[in-house]
Structures are given as structure tokens and as C-alpha cells.
Design a protein around this ligand. Structure first.
Ligand code: ADP
Length: 601
């Protein structure tokens, strides 16, 4: 497959067309200084542009691409948020998610989205995929991603570790493992990505379990111009003494610190290394601080994984600087590392198929330099998502949403639980038009146990209905049937405790029948009608499966979406924004088919 990779940065656009089968870049178009004086290189040839800014430049770039052929477009997107653990085919949900995360990546996500929307306009028929920098680190355990600040702030502002450079860490870890003839899922790897931005990841059996960049790409290693780890108290002190605004601090921490600050001039490791040889003490200190921090992380991450099999170096510095690698690998024998200085000095990745070992042959832990290729990694991720998607009919994909336990109430019930004429207040809109999650929550009390903080959905309805999972039923001690919404006859009741009063429901507890909302137009294109029962197959999940007995619900008021509960989603380990394939469009034929088979048996 030929993939156009679009990497829209704040001041540059990198684009390539990559043939993923032969792993070859067919075409490269890099544009720098987008906001000031855009200049581009098309396969090494200079190109002129009219105007400035992404909006003006992207259509001109696409004009040049008109003559090229490619099958899909892969976009690098910096922030995918807490629950995005893989690339996604772009749809409205994904675009909204990218937009909503702009608050966490203000310099990147809006521009990534601009690239997506411009490409959609220019190439409306091509599938487009978002590949997220944060996705690989979605596997971080809570203990690694949690900062010790009051929960009220961490919850409200999503203050937690996300991690970045995910595509690179994953790509090089897999490449290093396959070079050794191993599967990366059998190895513990410390991956050091050392470029202008730098981060370390602990990759335990194919999953990122620690990484040095945090909520933003500022934490961790010393970088070209970024500060990396520092005592937060020092920042407060500096802000108070110099009366610095957040924007001024941002500039200092992101643009004026790191190697640039330590060396007193350059952020470029080549200059720094050169100056160390001439006895420049600032450059020597810069190199020492830089490599000391990396060694500290290598030791820490080995401790966290309880051992290590590969320590690898990548990025412009990790791939090219023998001096940096040499300093990082001193005195690591206690970890089972036998460093080979000669191999390190003689190492040249262009001559060695992008991977090279520089530990001694008998070293239990392997030291490696690996050439990263972010564009190729995005192209490959894009191709695999698109291939998976197009194995099935493009038109038969249905977005899947997971419903947590919730309650629908009548206004009378709201009056009892929250006070006379109380009106539910909106926390967030739900995907179905007019529906919302309210701020109000109640406790539900079963014969065995109770569950607190169960959310009420608005607006009020004509019947009370409590929708819980099978797991909740066992916990509460209730035996509720699987029912379509609204069918609450002969269902068990439950006690609700609100802030003002309690309410004993005589019935209304159901386990929601998995269903698909769709408009009459959707129904026509899927070849189904209201109340049909179909199957939905989910490919893109950790544990793919087919959901049988899915109810079709058709109304002009609906938006196309399948609803399942948390038990069902967990069974498949569904990612966020998953989609399903409608398996039987011709329902009667499929039923007939099944009956025939049964008769035969
Ligand atoms: P980015 O994070 O911008 O992608 P790169 O991965 O391209 O950065 O790495 C840029 C860094 O790599 C610069 O600090 C540059 O000095 C350094 N670098 C490139 N070649 C060498 C080299 N031969 N020796 C030392 N450092 C190098």
C-alpha cells in the first residue's frame, strides 16, 4: 500500500509517500518556517509558496501531490488522550476527540486537525488515519501515570503522565527485537530516544510501562532547549523572584533551557561534542548532565521492570553520537551489560541495515543503536488499520459506544430524590441528539450491596429505568432481564437514595439489550429495518469477537451508533472509537440459513 504521511508541526510540515510493502520512501516534501517565510523541498528541489500559515500552504502542497498516486493518508497527531491506545480511522468522533484535547497540546492538536481537514477536502475518497504520539503509552499503569497532587486538580485538568514519542519507541523496540531474532513481547527493553526532544521508555514484554515525558513533553531528560526534570519549587521561586508570567516561564522552560542553556550557546549536540574536545567547560558540563540523566533513567527503568534485555539508543543523537552512547553506558556492568567501546566507535547505522549491536558478544543485556523512522512507522500503522477496515465492506461499519451503568428518571422521581421541581443539570452531551449526562448521581441499593454515584441521564422520561451490567447485578443481588429500553414490565425494582429523599422503584431494572441506533437512511443503506436482529463483528479489538442478537432501532432522531455495556466492551477489550461490521444484512436469509442448519442437525 502507498501511504501519504502528513506530519503537521507548529512551524513545519513533513510529508512523504511511502510504499509500505517495500518500506521505501517514494517522495518527500518538507516545508519549513510555515508562519514566516515558507520554503519547501520536493525531493531535494526548492519550491516557492504564496502566503503563510498552514491554511494557505496545505492546499498548495496537495496540488503538488495531485500527480502522485497513494491509497491512504496517515496523520501524526500528538495527543490522543488517556483512552486512545492505537491509531484510528478518522471520523467525526475522532476529530472531535482531537479537538477536545487541544487544551493539553495547544501547539500541536489544532494544527494536526487542520492537516486532517485540509486533506479530507483535497482527497475526499481516501481513507485517513490518525496515528497518536501518546497511544503507545496508554498501557502505563496507574502508579506510573499518577502525580501526587490533589485529586480535585488531577481529575479536573487531566494532570497525569501521558508520554510521547510513542510511535518511535514502539518502532525501534520491535526492530531491535527482530534483529536479534526475538519477539519484542518476550523482552524487557529500555528505549532511549535522543533527538532535539528526548525521552526514555521502559517497554516490558511489548507494553510501555514507564516513560520520562509526562503530561507534556517537558519532563524527563535534558533536551535541546527543554529543561526536563527540575524541582517544581525552583520554578515557583523563579516566578516569584522575577515576577514571570506563565507565558514567560513557558518560553524559558521550552525554548531557552536544556543543552542550549547549559552549553551557553548551541542546542546542537554536534557543536557541544566538538567544543568539549577544545576544553570548553560549559559544553563539558552540558554533556555530563545530559548523559548522567540518561544513565539515571536506565537504572531506574531496569529496576522497575525487574531486569532488562536490551538498552537501545535512537534519535539524531542516539543514532549518531558515539560519545553520548559511550558516556551513557559507563559502569552498567552490575546490570549484566558488557559494553564494547570499539564496536560503539566503529558503529555506522547506514552500513548495518539501521540496527547495530555495541555490547560484547557475551553480554547478557544487549546494547543497540537503532535508526528510528517516524514517517515509516506512521505509514505502516496507517496501512494496517486501512487493510483491516477494508477487509470488510466500507459501508457496513458502525461506531460503537460503551454505556456505563446509568438511570433514566421521571420528573416525579427527580422531585423525590432531589427536591420539588428540581431540574437535572447538564454535564455533557451524549451522542444521541438531545440526550445528556447530568451532574446528578444517586446510590442504588440492592439486597446484597449498594453502588454509589450512579449517573442520571437527561432529559426526564415517562418511565424510570435503571440500566446495569450483569456484573452489577451479581454485586447488587438482583436478577434483571436483558431488555430493550422502555420495556420495563415484570422487571425487578430497586431502592434509590438521593440527596433529598429515597425512592423505592417497583420495577425498571434492566440489563440493556445491545442495540444499534440508526436513521431510516442508514437502515436503507444497511438493508435492515426497525427491530431486526443482526450480528456485529468487531475486528479492531484486543480480543476480537462477534456480538450476536443485536437489536436494530430506527428513528430519524437517532445518530448511527451501537450501544453495549461495560461487560460486553471488556469481553472484547474494546478500544475507544471502535467500530463493528454488520454481519447479516439480509436478516431473513440469515435466519433461514441458521434454521436450515439446525434442521439438518
Ligand atoms: P528531532 O527531535 O527534532 O526529530 P533529531 O532526532 O533529528 O531531532 O535529532 C537532532 C539532534 O541530533 C541534534 O541535537 C543533532 O545535533 C543531533 N545529531 C545529529 N547527528 C549527530 C552526530 N553525528 N553527532 C552528535 N549529534 C548528532
Amino acid at each position: 500500500m502507498k501511504v501519504l504521511v502528513l506530519n503537521c508541526g507548529s512551524s513545519s510540515i513533513k510529508s512523504s509517500i511511502i510504499d509500505t510493502k517495500i518500506r521505501k520512501e517514494l517522495f518527500r516534501f518538507n516545508i519549513e518556517r510555515i508562519n514566516v517565510a515558507p520554503s519547501g523541498e520536493l525531493n531535494g528541489k526548492s519550491i516557492e509558496f504564496q502566503g503563510t500559515g498552514h491554511e494557505a500552504i496545505l492546499p498548495q502542497l496537495f496540488k503538488y501531490l495531485d500527480e502522485c498516486s497513494f491509497d491512504a493518508i496517515g496523520h501524526r497527531v500528538v495527543h490522543g488522550g488517556a483512552d486512545t491506545d492505537r491509531p484510528h480511522l478518522i471520523n467525526d468522533l475522532v476529530k472531535n476527540k482531537i479537538k477536545s484535547l487541544s487544551v493539553l497540546a495547544p501547539l500541536h492538536n489544532p494544527i494536526n486537525l487542520m492537516g486532517i481537514e485540509a486533506a479530507e477536502k483535497a482527497f475526499p475518497d481516501l481513507p485517513q488515519v490518525a496515528v497518536f504520539d501518546t497511544a503507545f503509552h496508554a498501557s502505563l499503569p496507574k502508579r506510573a501515570l499518577t502525580y501526587a497532587i490533589p485529586k480535585v486538580y488531577s481529575d479536573k485538568y487531566q494532570i497525569r503522565r501521558f508520554g510521547f514519542h510513542g510511535s518511535s519507541h514502539k518502532y525501534v523496540a520491535k526492530l531491535a527485537a527482530s534483529y536479534l531474532g526475538e519477539n519484542w513481547r518476550d523482552l524487557r527493553i529500555v528505549s532511549c530516544h535522543l533527538g532535539n526532544g528526548a525521552s526514555v521508555s521502559a517497554i516490558e514484554y511489548g507494553r510501555s510501562i514507564e516513560t520520562s515525558m509526562g503530561m507534556t513533553p517537558l519532563e524527563g531528560l535534558v533536551m535541546g532547549t527543554r529543561i526536563g526534570d527540575i524541582d517544581a519549587g525552583a520554578l515557583l521561586h523563579l516566578m516569584r523572584q522575577e515576577k514571570l508570567s506563565p507565558d514567560q516561564m513557558d518560553q524559558i522552560l521550552n525554548k531557552e533551557s536544556g543543552l542550549k542553556a547549559l552549553s551557553g550557546a548551541s542546542s546542537d549536540m554536534r557543536d557541544i561534542v566538538e567544543r568539549t574536545t577544545k576544553g570548553d567547560s560549559s559544553a563539558q558540563l552540558a554533556l555530563q548532565v545530559f548523559t548522567h540523566r540518561i544513565r539515571k533513567y536506565i537504572g531506574a527503568y531496569t529496576a522497575i521492570m525487574g531486569g532488562v534485555d536490551i538498552v537501545l539508543f535512537t534519535g539524531g543523537i542516539g543514532e549518531n553520537s558515539a560519545v553520548v552512547r559511550d558516556r551513557c553506558c559507563q559502569r552498567l556492568e552490575y546490570m549484566g551489560i558488557q559494553y564494547d567501546e570499539d564496536k560503539n566507535i566503529g558503529l555506522n547505522l547506514s552500513d548495518s541495515n539501521n540496527v547495530a549491536l555495541f555490547s560484547k558478544d557475551n553480554s547478557r543485556v544487549k546494547l543497540m543503536a537503532v535508526k528510528t523512522d517516524e514517517q515509516l512507522s506512521i505509514a505502516r500503522e496507517t496501512a494496517s488499520i486501512v487493510k483491516e477496515r477494508f477487509k470488510v465492506n466500507n459501508d457496513l461499519q458502525i461506531p460503537i459506544a460503551v454505556s456505563a451503568r446509568h438511570i433514566h428518571l421521571t420528573q416525579e422521581a427527580v422531585d423525590v430524590l432531589f427536591g420539588k421541581d428540581y431540574q437535572l443539570t447538564k454535564k455533557a452531551d451524549l451522542s444521541q441528539p438531545g440526550q445528556f449526562a447530568s451532574n446528578e448521581r444517586v446510590t442504588i441499593v440492592g439486597p446484597k450491596n449498594q453502588i454509589e454515584k450512579v449517573r442520571i441521564l437527561g432529559p426526564c422520561r415517562s418511565k424510570n429505568q435503571v440500566e446495569i451490567s450483569r456484573t452489577d447485578e451479581f454485586y447488587l443481588g438482583i436478577d434483571a432481564p436483558v431488555r430493550a429500553s422502555g420495556k420495563t414490565e415484570n422487571t425487578p425494582g430497586i431502592k434509590l437514595i438521593g440527596p433529598v429523599g429515597n425512592l423505592q422503584l417497583d420495577n425498571g431494572v434492566i440489563c440493556a439489550w445491545r442495540h444499534i441506533h440508526m436513521t431510516p437512511d442508514d437502515a436503507a443503506s444497511f438493508g435492515v429495518k426497525d427491530k431486526d436482529i443482526i450480528d456485529v463483528k468487531v475486528h479492531n479489538a484486543e480480543r476480537p469477537l462477534t456480538f450476536g442478537n443485536v437489536l436494530i432501532r430506527v428513528s430519524p432522531k437517532y445518530k448511527l451508533e451501537m450501544h453495549i455495556d461495560t461487560d460486553e466492551a471488556n469481553a472484547a477489550e474494546l478500544p475507544m472509537y471502535s467500530e463493528g461490521e454488520l454481519v447479516h444484512t439480509d436478516v431473513e436469509a440469515s435466519m433461514l440459513n441458521r434454521k436450515t442448519k439446525l434442521n439438518k442437525i
